[in-house]
Structure formats: structure tokens, C-alpha cells
Design a protein around this ligand. Structure first.
Ligand code: AMP
Length: 396
């Protein structure tokens, strides 16, 4: 079956058409600047990217352009839309309502809408994509795959904040966690790749991208994760601050004469390694800066790596041990310097880095020595494939 995987943002949309049997990507691309002007990037497997500028007032026009490109006579990956067996949508926030992926119907859409307050920028955008697909392909089954679902197995002690309990009861204020599709995919791949029994394993997944989070996965189930009610919590990230003293918000608001929205803008967009370095949120730029002697770039990298190492230590404690640590996402997969610096803190766990293996790129890769008590590896994430697999499992 061919599955169209859609990841809808407020003004952009990423897509992949995947053959679920071979798990090969038949075509992929993105729509950008939806509601502004509109730009479609389309790439059929084995061919060059095609870029088309065309008006996309809403997500409906964007998806229509994607479907036209997929079925185009010359470079289309399929002959007609009849060859799309299902659509899998990435959904950001499922609150406590969704503990796993779900077939999309009217009731399910209502349940997602009831979580909109928890992700006011993302959930409505996801639903616009769902409704656009429903209009354009009314008979194709659709599945929603949630960023939060994998973390719903966390025990109460991991998800409750030290706040009045009624805020949890009335408003759902608790830790939810994000990147769940990636943490789920990578923990499973790690167990498979290392020959561990997933049901009897302790794995820490470090998803280190522009957004970054860590999770503790015990016996295949998430028991803790670093993001919280929102993706602002946990690690210092590209532009997000991660965990800070909450009183800083009032302090900065007074000093800089900012309202809540102004402070949140700083914490989301001007903080993290971008804020510390004043140079970039991209680790390639930070590493170049550090090599050139820029002290703040070096500081940003050190803070990031120290943070990652502290969370790994905390999660080893939470699980009373760890069998494997998996690095994934942009920095986790491509950043040997970061991995090396993180591993320098973890000798006490018995994790020993193989510097040569750490330089290799590409597929799943063990980067610890054969004697290392904890296996450390790089396992590329593939959220689109994870969405495709869940979609097929639910519509078959
Ligand atoms: P992601 O959000 O998973 O797409 O990750 C994007 C981030 O990965 C970028 O902002 C960079 O910080 C990082 N990254 C990508 N390539 C490299 C690389 N070769 N070396 C270090 N960091 C990288």
C-alpha cells in the first residue's frame, strides 16, 4: 500500500509518499509560504528536485498541488490517486486522550480539537491538513500519529509538576513530552539493531535536533522525558531555553519591559545555543566559531553537552541502570564532537567511546568500544516511516 505522510505546520507542509511494503520513499517534498505566496518542492525518487512557485492561499491549495505533482504525467510517482491507500498525519498534541495512533473520523477530530489549547499553534494547523485531505480524497482512510502518545506511559511521579493539583485536573497541566514518534521508532530500532530484548531493556534516546529531547524507555515503554507541557522544557535547544528558574520570567519582564508574550518569544526564539552564542542555532556554525576561537560558541556547545549528559544521568537513575544510549536527529546523527563531549561525562556508567567509530556517518552505528558496559549508538530517526507503519497497522 502507498501511504501519503503529511506533516502540516502553520505555513508549511512536508510530505512523503511511501510504499509500505518496500518502505521506500516514492516521492517527497514540501510546501512553504502557505497563505503568503506559495512554493512547492517535489522530488520523485531518483530524480532532481522540482520547485514551483504558485499561489497557496490555504493548505487546501497546497495539498491539491502535492496531489497534482504526485500524479503528474511526466514526473509523477503514481498514475492516479487510487494508488494512495491511506494518509498518515503527524499530529502534535493528543493530551491524555491519545495513548496511541488513531483512525481519523469526526469523533477523533473533536477529541483533537479539545486538545487545541495545549498546542494552539500546531494542532489547528494539523487539523487544517486533515480537513483539506478529507475534501480532496474523501474515500481514503486517514490516521493521526501523535507526538505525545508514546510518552503517555509515564508514571504519575514523572508527569506531575509541583503545582496546585487542581491545575492538572482543571487544565491538564502536566508533563506530556514531544518527539514521541521519534523516541518510539529509535528505541525499537536500537533494541533490534543491538539484539536486545525490547521487553526487557533500558534505553535512553537522545533526540538532538534544533528541538531536542531525551527519553527513558524501560521495557519498550517511556517512563520519563525531558519536554513538558510544551516543547520549551528540558534541554537547552537551538533557540529554546529548556529548563530555567521560572522566576527568571518575571525578572526579565521587569528589566526589559516585556509582557508574557514578549518573554515567551525570547524563551522560544532567542534563547538556547543561539542566545548563548549570539552567533547561530546551528551546531555547524557553533563548531566553526569554536574552532576560530569564539568563546561564546564554545560556551554554548559546553552548556548543551553538559545538559544532555545530566539528563542521561538522571534517566539512568530513573531506570536504575541503562543498557543502551541512542543518539538521533540532526545533531545526534551528524555531530561527533557533541557525542564525544557528552560521553566524557558518562564514564561512571561504564560507557566508553570508540573515537574511530564515532567519526563514521550513515546508518545505524555502534560508537562504544566492545568492552563498554553501556552500548552507545547512532540510530537515524525516521518519523515519516514510523507514521507510515502506524497508518498501515490501523487501516489494514
Ligand atoms: P533537526 O532539527 O533534527 O533537523 O536538526 C537540525 C540541526 O542539526 C541543525 O540546526 C544543526 O544544529 C544540526 N546539524 C546538522 N548537520 C550537522 C553536522 N554535520 N554537524 C553538526 N550539527 C549538525
Amino acid at each position: 500500500m502507498n501511504v501519503l505522510v503529511i506533516n502540516c505546520g502553520s505555513s508549511s507542509l512536508k510530505y512523503q509518499l511511501i510504499d509500505s511494503e518496500s518502505e521506500k520513499v516514492l516521492a517527497k517534498g514540501l510546501c512553504e509560504r502557505i497563505g503568503i505566496d506559495g512554493r512547492l518542492t517535489y522530488q520523485k525518487a531518483g530524480l532532481d528536485k522540482e520547485i514551483t512557485e504558485a499561489p497557496m492561499p490555504t493548505h487546501k491549495e497546497a495539498i491539491k498541488m502535492v496531489l497534482d505533482a504526485l500524479t503528474n504525467d511526466k514526473t509523477g510517482a503514481i498514475k492516479s490517486l487510487d494508488e494512495v491507500g491511506a494518509v498518515g498525519h503527524r499530529m502534535v498534541h493528543g493530551g491524555e486522550k491519545f495513548t496511541c495512533s488513531a483512525v481519523i473520523d469526526d469523533e477523533m477530530i473533536k477529541a483533537v480539537e479539545s486538545c487545541n489549547d495545549l498546542a494552539p499553534l500546531h494542532n489547528p494547523a494539523n487539523l487544517i491538513g486533515v480537513n483539506a485531505c478529507k475534501e480532496l480524497m474523501p474515500n481514503v482512510p486517514m490516521v493521526g500519529v501523535f507526538d505525545t502518545a508514546f510518552h503517555q506511559t509515564m508514571p504519575k511521579k514523572a508527569y506531575l509538576y509541583g503545582l496546585p493539583y487542581e491545575y492538572y485536573e482543571k487544565y491538564g497541566v502536566r508533563r506530556y513530552g514531544f518527539h514521541g514518534t521519534s523516541h518510539s521508532f529509535v528505541s525499537k530500532e536500537t533494541a533490534k539493531f543491538l539484539g536486545l530484548d525490547l521487553e526487557n531493556s533500558k534505553i535512553i534516546v537522545a533526540h538532538l535536533g534544533n528541538g531536542a529531547s531525551i527519553s527513558a524507555v524501560k521495557n519498550g515503554k517511556c517512563v520519563d522525558t525531558s519536554m513538558g507541557l510544551t516543547p520549551l522544557a528540558g534541554l537547552v535547544m537551538g533557540t529554546r531555553c529548556g529548563d530555567i528558574d521560572p522566576a527568571i520570567m518575571e525578572y526579565i519582564a521587569k528589566k526589559e519591559d516585556l509582557d508574557i508574550a514578549g518573554v515567551m518569544n525570547v524563551l522560544n526564539k532567542k534563547s538556547g545555543v543561539q542566545g548563548i552564542s549570539g552567533v547561530s542555532s546551528d551546531f555547524r556554525d557553533l563548531e566553526d566559531g569554536m574552532t576560530a576561537g569564539n568563546e561564546r560558541c564554545a560556551d554554548a556547545i559546553e552548556v548543551f553537552c553538559y545538559n544532555v549528559a545530566k539528563f542521561i544521568g538522571a534517566y539512568a537513575a530513573a531506570m536504575n541502570g541503562v543498557d543502551a544510549i541512542a543518539f538521533t536527529a540532526g545533531i545526534g546523527e551528524n555531530g561527533p564532537i557533541v557525542r564525544e563531549k557528552v560521553l566524557e561525562y558518562l564514564g561512571y556508567l561504564g560507557a566508553e567511546l570508540d573515537p574511530e567509530a564515532n567519526q563514521k556517518r550513515g546508518d545505524n552505528n555502534v560508537i562504544s568500544t566492545p568492552d563498554s558496559k553501556v552500548k552507545v549508538c547512532v540510530v537515524p530517526t525516521n518519523e515519516e516511516l514510523a507514521i507510515c507503519r502506524d497508518t498501515v497497522a490501523l487501516v489494514k
